[in-house]
Write a protein that binds this ligand. Structure first.
Ligand code: ATP
Length: 376
């Protein structure tokens, strides 16, 4: 990460009243100045609760939260949201309908004392320019598109130049094209402002494309935190692999140094397997090999046992559902070119033998387990 630390969470937990399980459990993480963190995970995993604790809308049961070196929540200290130097952007924009764009943005500056009218005007102008809305200051929210309204919300959060901007599913109310465009803009705006940001999403692609760091949550816990590339290429658990990469898992049986699968055999160096399973691989007979959708290579072959059950055309890509003799279904993704027909038999191989080994049939990955990547 960069230099100075903007946010530090130490063992932060939260349990809501009348709930048996913790909504957030012992989360520890650090974010550096200027970095963007995506909080990713399925519905109910605790993303919003964690964000709200950082913002000051929820109080943790235990743990410490520091923003820009200042303790904002701990067992004996609590700062309300307005004293935390954070900006917040909500999913539904939360603009004041009766105020113009300028006044909405200026509202964010109210808590900054000793600002003259001119200074407020200048800050509002700068914030609107940053989000590309100069010239629209006298409009009302209902005179703007959804994407423009969300940019006003972003300008309002950025105008006071907070240490940190927190965004709760900021793009999820927008239609897909605007969402894709604003994704890139959001990153550029935060980078141009030099502001650190944390945004919550359950959209893998969104998290990977906007963030410098991605934190994947599961049942209140942090399952993995890393760069988008690390998360995608080296998922630390089967949960992350399934949630982020939507990879295929193929059972493999040991025959000496060779692992046999429905796809054929893979030679995997036994030292690496030892490392992967922390020296507990002696009696290991079965594993699962993870193959990412884009690493499958499909070739028409009348004698092959794999059949194309379905095909989806997605513009630049084709998605194939593959039916294999065991009854499992795999998914392959190829660049759109000559499409293979539904019902066709195909020989399936793996590009560069890029498989990753996971414990067999284990949705619950042991905590001391490290993934093994076959060299590409
Ligand atoms: N105010 C509350 N009172 C009681 N339980 C709550 C409250 N807010 C959230 N929860 C529970 O805490 C857990 C985590 O919720 P949270 O909203 O943080 O999840 P999330 O990952 O943001 O989900 P989503 O993506 O659906 O918004 C859930 O089980 C939820 O039902």
């Amino acid at each position: 990460m960069g230099q100075s630390v903007i946010l530090h969470l130490d063992q932060v937990s939260k349990q809501f009243a009348r709930q048996d399980v913790l909504a957030v459990q012992n989360v520890t993480l650090t974010l550096s100045q200027g970095d963007i963190l995506g909080l990713l995970g399925p519905s109910g995993c605790g993303k919003t609760t964690l964000l709200r604790m950082i913002a000051g809308f929820e109080q943790p049961q235990s743990g410490i939260i520091k923003i820009a070196e200042q303790v904002v929540a701990s067992p004996d200290r609590w700062l309300p949201p307005e004293q935390r130097d954070v900006g917040m952007v909500f999913q539904d924009y939360a603009l004041f309908p009766h105020l113009t764009v300028e006044k909405n943005v200026a509202f964010g500056l109210q808590r900054l004392k000793k600002k003259s009218k001119e200074q407020v005007k200048q800050r509002v102008g700068e914030a609107l320019e940053l989000v590309g809305l100069s010239g629209l200051g006298s409009r009302y929210p209902h005179e703007l598109s959804g994407g423009q309204q969300q940019r006003v919300a972003l300008a309002r959060a950025l105008a006071p130049r907070p240490a940190l901007v927190l965004l709760d599913e900021p793009l999820s109310n927008l239609d897909v094209q605007v969402r894709h465009r604003l994704r890139q803009e959001l990153r550029e705006i935060l980078k141009a402002a030099g502001t650190s940001g944390i945004f919550v999403t359950h959209d893998q692609e969104e998290a990977l494309s906007i963030s410098d760091w991605v934190a994947v949550m599961r049942s209140g816990c942090l399952e993995q935190c890393g760069t988008p590339e690390e998360i995608y290429q080296h998922p630390a658990s089967r949960f992350v692999a399934e949630f982020v990469t939507q990879a295929n898992f193929i059972p493999a049986q040991r025959r000496g140094d060779v692992w046999e699968t429905e796809l054929g055999s893979f030679v995997i160096d036994s030292n690496r397997i030892e490392q992967t399973f922390n020296g507990n691989s002696n009696n290991l007979e079965q594993v699962e090999l993870m193959v990412r959708q884009e690493d499958f290579i499909l070739q028409p072959d009348e004698d092959a046992p794999v059949i194309i059950r379905d095909r989806q055309f997605l513009g630049r890509e084709l998605h194939y559902s593959l039916q294999v003799p065991s009854g499992r279904e795999w998914v392959a993704r190829t660049r759109a070119g000559e499409a293979l027909s539904i019902g066709m038999r195909v020989h399936v191989s793996v590009a560069n033998n890029a498989v990753q080994v996971f414990p067999a049939n284990s949705k619950q990955t042991p905590s001391n387990w490290k993934p093994f990547i076959r060299a590409k």
